[in-house]
Write a protein that binds this ligand. Structure first.
Ligand SMILES: CC(C)(COP(=O)(O)OP(=O)(O)OC[C@H]1O[C@@H](n2cnc3c(N)ncnc32)[C@H](O)[C@@H]1OP(=O)(O)O)[C@@H](O)C(=O)NCCC(=O)NCCS
Length: 276
């Protein structure tokens, strides 16, 4: 295992060429990951050739996030993926982290992760709607409302379905008072009428949509709020809005009522934690 370098860019592009219909996000984030401080972006080699990559980064004080594991198709099923994962676990454990977290929608990868002791937490399915012209974006509550909003969230059945996680694709975060305060300061909370619906917003998968990553509430207030996300996407010149919603979320009908649906190529992922 060694750190990746700029000179590895072409080899890594080749390694992931067949993933995600030729549009693996790894090529897009390669330079950003090389430059990012903290954590590690590494290559596994066989006979001097890069055959695997992965990355981990800190996301909370005691939590690290593992992502971007790719093994070259020609050497799969020979234990390379498991060896990469174990190396990352040892590194992160040695640095004193308490949890290594990851998210995946690939059943093969999930089998590997569970066999190494990772335990499933939340599941999130992607819902999307196009941008919509002509309405007002939703209310952005001030940071001073953190305690009130946390109480509202704690009283909502959705929070347990998310297993108290904000399932951001860039690193799912535990939802507590401090996290909510941080989001409020960043303008990443939207509130429906009378506080009867709440959505945490964040970066989705490529910046082309405004994503509601945790959706709480139900009924008319939630419908208005979700529609307002579509208005906000329009005002921001984005393609549309997206939502990350656990299966069996009580508000699925409300999502559908205001134009959200799962994409033709439905995508769902699970978040797993390994206690170190
Ligand atoms: C998932 C991936 C990283 C596995 O790498 P790998 O080197 O082939 O994995 P290993 O040989 O170490 O296999 C480890 C375990 O994964 C599971 N697994 C891997 N490939 C599998 C397959 N084709 N069918 C069923 N299980 C599979 C098995 O549980 C396997 O253990 P076993 O061989 O003891 O049964 C690789 O297939 C890959 O790069 N896939 C595309 C990218 C991806 O999905 N990455 C994960 C994103 S988080």
């Amino acid at each position: 295992m060694r750190p990746l370098r700029a000179a590895d860019r072409d080899r890594v592009a080749e390694l992931v060429a067949e993933e995600a219909g030729g549009r693996d996000y790894l090529t897009r984030v390669f330079d950003e990951w090389l430059a990012s401080p903290g954590g590690a972006f590494e290559a596994g080699e066989l006979d001097g050739v890069v055959v695997a990559v992965h990355r981990w980064k800190p996301i909370q004080r005691s939590v690290a996030y593992y992502e971007g594991m790719r093994v070259a198709p020609e050497v799969r099923r020979q234990g390379v993926g498991r060896a990469m994962l174990r190396a990352a676990v040892e590194q992160v454990r040695g640095l004193g982290y308490e949890v290594l977290r990851l998210a995946s929608g690939n059943p093969h990868a999930l089998a590997l992760f569970e066999s190494e002791g990772f335990r499933p937490r939340a599941r999130a399915a992607v819902w999307q709607a196009g941008r919509q012209e002509g309405g007002e974006p939703a209310r952005m509550p001030p940071a001073a409302d953190a305690d009130r909003l946390l109480r509202a969230l704690e009283a909502d059945p959705a929070l347990a379905l998310y297993d108290r996680l904000d399932p951001l694709p860039s690193g799912p975060r535990d939802v507590d008072g401090a996290y909510l305060f941080e989001l409020l300061q960043q303008g990443r909370v939207r509130e429906g009428a009378g506080g009867r619906a709440l959505v945490l917003v964040g970066p989705g998968f490529g910046g082309r949509r405004l994503y509601g990553t945790l959706v709480a509430g139900a009924g008319g207030a939630l419908q208005d709020l979700l529609l307002a996300l579509r208005f906000e996407a329009d005002a921001d010149g984005l393609e549309g809005a997206g939502l990350l919603v656990p299966p069996e979320h009580p508000a699925e009908k409300d999502l559908q009522a205001v134009g959200y649906s799962q994409p033709d190529l439905a995508f769902e992922y699970s978040v797993l934690d390994l206690k170190l």
